[in-house]
Design a protein around this ligand. Structure first.
Ligand code: M6P
Ligand code: ZN
Length: 185
């Protein structure tokens, strides 16, 4: 733990206990509104990378995880590159996000399907309450780098999102990020 470093300018983690993951266009089937557009894109294009520092095993009650998400600039049929998004498996668990670099949005949805978003720019701090699904979107032209801290027993529930999706999508409408209510194609 003591040799683990966070670059405070970029959020990049180095050293022990750091777990790296990456999601490409090819990994994100049925995540974007326009699936046919995604399927026609280069499957190797990186959409986002996540680094996390896991000091305790996943599922440990009372522990914390710390991470950085980097969402690349880009769009799929006018929908900004974004993370898959999730509820926490333990729904009551909350999380903090803070924006390090770039421009984007934190898209939120409650269990009734109400969807809203918070704009992100360097220094914005975002408290995600329990029972609220969350995903990041990059609305700018440079990588969006976001720090996160969440309980080590929160877990990820992706299944509820893939079944019903978010009820609104952040789209580029005439150059402006606009939350558009919609289902999937
Ligand atoms: C943040 C945290 C992680 C999450 C990651 C990517 O770093 O919330 O728990 O895994 O973002 O989001 P997702 O899991 O939805 O792809
Ligand atoms: Zn989370």
């Amino acid at each position: 733990m003591i040799d683990t470093k966070v670059n405070i300018a970029t959020g990049k983690l180095t050293g022990g206990g750091v777990v790296n993951s990456r999601r490409t266009i090819g990994d994100l089937k049925n995540v974007f509104l326009h699936e046919a557009v995604r399927a026609a894109m280069d499957p190797g294009t990186v959409v986002y990378e996540v680094q996390s520092h896991e000091a305790v095993p996943q599922g440990t009650p009372g522990g914390l995880f710390f991470g950085t998400s980097n969402v690349m600039p880009g769009q799929v049929g006018g929908e900004y590159f974004m993370t898959k998004g999730h509820y926490h498996a333990r729904r009551e668990c909350a999380e903090y996000y803070w924006c390090i670099e770039g421009t984007g949005a934190l898209i939120l949805m409650d269990e009734k399907g109400k969807c809203w978003y918070e704009p992100m720019a360097p220094g914005t701090l975002h408290y995600i309450p329990g029972y609220v699904a969350h995903r990041l979107a990059n609305t700018g032209n440079t990588p969006l780098r976001v720090g996160a801290c969440w309980p080590s027993d929160a877990g990820h529930d992706y299944a509820s999102i893939s079944e019903s999706g978010f009820t609104a999508r952040l789209m580029n409408v005439e150059g402006k990020p606009t939350l558009v209510p919609c289902g999937k194609e």
